[in-house]
Design a protein around this ligand. Sequence first.
Ligand code: PMP
Length: 405
Amino acid sequence: MSISRLARSIAPSPTFALNEQARMMRERGEPVINMGIGEPKNKTPISAILSSASKLSGGDIKYTPPDGTPSLKKAIIQYTEENYDRVIAPENVIVSSGAKQSIFNILYSILNPQDEVLILAPHWVSYPEMVKMCYGIPVILTPEDGSFVPRMQEIEAAVTSYTKAMIVNSPNNPSGAVFPKELIAEIVDFCERKKIYLIMDDIYHKLVFDGKRAAPAYEFTTKTVEDTMVIVVNGVAKLYGMTGFRIGWVVANRNLVEVMTNVQSQITSCTSALLQAAAEGALVGMQSVVENLRLTFQNNRDIIMQELKTFNGIKAARPDGTFYVLPDFRAYNNNSIELAKFLLDRALVVTVPGKEFGMEGHLRLSYAGTVKDITVAIERIKWALDPNSPNEIYIGDRKLVRDWL
Ligand code: PMP
């Protein structure tokens, strides 16, 4: 069987692979706690359910325009005005099957083979693979000081004549860092001057804690949406807990949106009419849904930080947003893949190895779950690793004794 070299070189999504492993273990009756997948646990917002149910009961579920239904686009235009203070036209918006497809579509539409895309580590696992799928070259930039926030000098030094785009994700998956507004301002100014596309992955933009705010890139450019290098990606997955609805969107200049629409029309034709109706319902419905999720994650962040504080040798930067934390476990193991496997086997806790995000020696823990899951998971990890913790633990109804430290 002959398979393309490129397709063969693409790594599977580690979060989905781990999620599947956890599901199978749970099916076997093992009390696994999943701190791996980034997924809010709330029920779908009622406005989204009603809107898609009404569409469904009308029985008229057909193709939509490839770039999205006019009414969802209208809701996105309003969202952009309210949250980004930018007045845009329907021609500046394209709806896709999740922010994931939105980002892929952008990359496919802007990259020529060998073009470079700057990715700031720690970074979402999919960016480098998507760049490769579009025959581009991912250039990963890791902050030299070991922090989770890049410095402008490092960014400038990584840019070459092949640099076509840069992806910025703040609040950041996997670190939870929110980049300072001064840095965003410098990045916007730099990209506008150098004519580098600045892809702002804003999928977590409202999940920010302690009264802080994720600075929108648009705030730092005087250029119109037609002239700016800023491209904004958003979606309903994280803010509304609607991961299964697969709706994301891009706001960009109309030439790029037109090209992306042509591309999308040849790949998926359009996103499902039902799911677009659901996303529209979420966007025009009660926005307290988002605030409730934000408050839940802020509370969970406080709890997980409290638990991690009592953990010998672990260093964890306090997240300002998202529902992830990326503690440094090098005191216990430098090899994060080995460590994640060990914790799954011994403590029945799913974590994601930092290596996947360009941060070896760290583990990403998602605190989108329940408070009980968070406290029990950290207690189990502590038991498995920290010799100062009690050497007996109950996992489910089994009493386990640690005999490896
Ligand atoms: N960007 C980032 C940083 C993410 O974490 C995710 C989801 N894990 C996405 C984009 C994709 O979101 P969606 O589910 O809308 O495809």
